[in-house]
Design a binder for this molecule. Structure first.
Ligand SMILES: Cc1cc2nc3c(=O)[nH]c(=O)nc-3n(C[C@H](O)[C@H](O)[C@H](O)COP(=O)(O)OP(=O)(O)OC[C@H]3O[C@@H](n4cnc5c(N)ncnc54)[C@H](O)[C@@H]3O)c2cc1C
Length: 409
């Protein structure tokens, strides 16, 4: 027997739940393959849920990689801005706070509260959620969509694929969304890890694992050409680098690329001039003590001084020009070659997904099948860290809901 609905939603993540919550009055079901909803949402922001980013929506464009991706998102972000999103949750009793960096979190710092609010809103809208009900195949026949699970068949004139990307597969998002979309004739940009750390070849800073830096500049080089740059906070890990500076730029990186990192905000010329001056005026001090005020931790200075071939007891007055230049280069252009990027088990987002060229950006509806919609990470969209991915999921889901209401009226 086929169960009939107005709208079928595949995936009870933020996109699926938010779309459903905005469809009161329609008969809506969500099919969720896990035994619980929003598993990835619960991990977001280390369990605190960085739900969105503050500031003007026009600033969002710079945080979704390719310009065409930001252009696709524009109508969705206009339809449901960061303040609109927060108003939805505030109307249901939640409060929020914004960090100096513009990240917005629930005041309770609890992703559970965000999920509970979404579930309550779905409940109030009369949404039926079926757990452990994995969509195995989808088809479109005579203006209706059919979804087959292991136990039942569902049919509706509107279908939303909100099954997420491929990262953190244990949360349920393991690439089904693109497979189901392909079954309905949609093309897919091959999924690739995004927001993922870098594993460096012959990494020499492993002992400094845990050390973090504010506002570090990084450039990415491939075959001798600069292909990208970023400035943000950086973290040294046991295997290489992480932190927003690397995570946000990782969508443009691949194994074999060279990263050049400046650990100080001063230029190479400025650091060199400063060292020359301090060697002259404070030449009796150890070289490792002459780099004060640059914001570079002593532990890193010691490692880089040794790497530059400068003996621990070398004084400023004894520093040769070539050693000084080697030290300045390590401080302002520390080079590592990427051995590999973190795989889907640790990447926080998925680049690639359902090709945007086949989706109407004003409705998130398929250009191939009327009544078929996509929202959230299943789309070929990936944002920077800072709340951009959740905002994109909520905004695209909202657009889809508005169009479904018109179609089902
Ligand atoms: C560790 C971590 C931390 C993060 N922190 C943040 C943060 O603080 N801020 C931020 O903006 N973003 C964050 N993100 C990214 C953000 O969580 C995702 O972009 C967001 O969850 C995407 O929402 P979605 O609804 O599109 O997909 P998902 O959240 O992945 O939900 C998809 C749902 O579909 C279900 N599903 C999949 N296949 C099927 C199927 N065949 N049948 C039925 N159901 C299916 C899945 O089980 C899942 O419940 C983080 C990600 C990770 C991994």
């Amino acid at each position: 027997m086929t169960e009939e609905f107005d709208v079928i939603i595949i995936g009870a993540g933020p996109a699926g739940l938010f779309c459903a919550a905005n469809l009161a009055g329609l008969r809506v079901c969500i099919l969720e393959k896990m035994n619980l909803p929003g598993r990835k949402l619960l991990l977001s922001g280390s369990g605190q849920c960085n739900i969105t980013h503050a500031g003007s929506m026009s600033d969002y464009a710079a945080h979704f990689g390719e310009a065409s991706h930001a252009a696709f998102l524009k109508p969705a972000l206009r339809a449901l801005s960061n303040t609109d999103l927060l108003a939805f949750f505030e109307a249901r009793g939640m409060t929020f706070e914004t960090t100096d960096a513009g990240k917005v979190f629930p005041t309770s710092r609890s992703a559970d509260d965000v999920l509970d609010t979404l579930l309550d809103a779905c409940d109030a809208a009369g949404v039926e959620i079926f757990y452990e009900e994995r969509a195995e195949s989808v088809s479109a026949v005579d203006g209706r969509f059919f979804v087959q699970t292991a136990y039942a068949k569902y049919s509706a004139p509107c279908l939303l694929i909100a099954a997420g990307g491929s990262s953190y597969p244990k949360t349920g998002s393991s690439g089904d969304g693109v497979r189901l979309s392909e079954m309905l004739g949609h093309s897919v940009v091959p999924p690739k890890e995004a927001l993922t750390p870098v594993y460096a070849e012959n990494f020499r800073l492993a002992d400094l694992s845990g050390l973090s830096f504010e506002n570090v500049s990084l450039t990415i080089w491939r075959d001798g050409k600069k292909i990208g740059a970023n400035t943000n906070d950086l973290l040294i890990t046991r295997f290489g680098f992480s932190g927003p500076c690397v995570l946000d730029a990782s969508r443009s990186m691949q194994a074999g690329d060279v990263l050049k990192i400046s650990f100080t905000q001063l230029s190479a010329e400025a650091v060199d001039a400063l060292l020359v001056e301090r060697c002259r005026t404070e030449g009796g001090r150890l070289v490792s003590n002459l780099l004060y005020g640059l914001g570079v931790p002593d532990r890193l200075v010691k490692v880089l001084t040794a790497d530059a071939g400068i003996a621990e007891d070398t004084k400023g007055s004894q520093l040769s020009g070539s050693s000084r230049k080697a030290l300045v280069r390590l401080l302002t252009s520390y080079e590592v070659k990427i051995a590999r990027l973190g795989d889907f088990s640790i990447s926080m987002a998925t680049a690639g997904g359902v090709s945007l060229s086949e989706v109407n950006k004003k409705t998130c509806e398929s250009k191939i099948h009327a009544g078929l919609f996509f929202a959230g990470e299943v789309l070929d969209i990936d944002g920077d860290t800072g709340g951009y991915n959740l905002q994109a999921a909520f905004s695209t889901a909202y657009l889809a809901a508005q169009r479904m209401k018109t179609l089902c009226a």
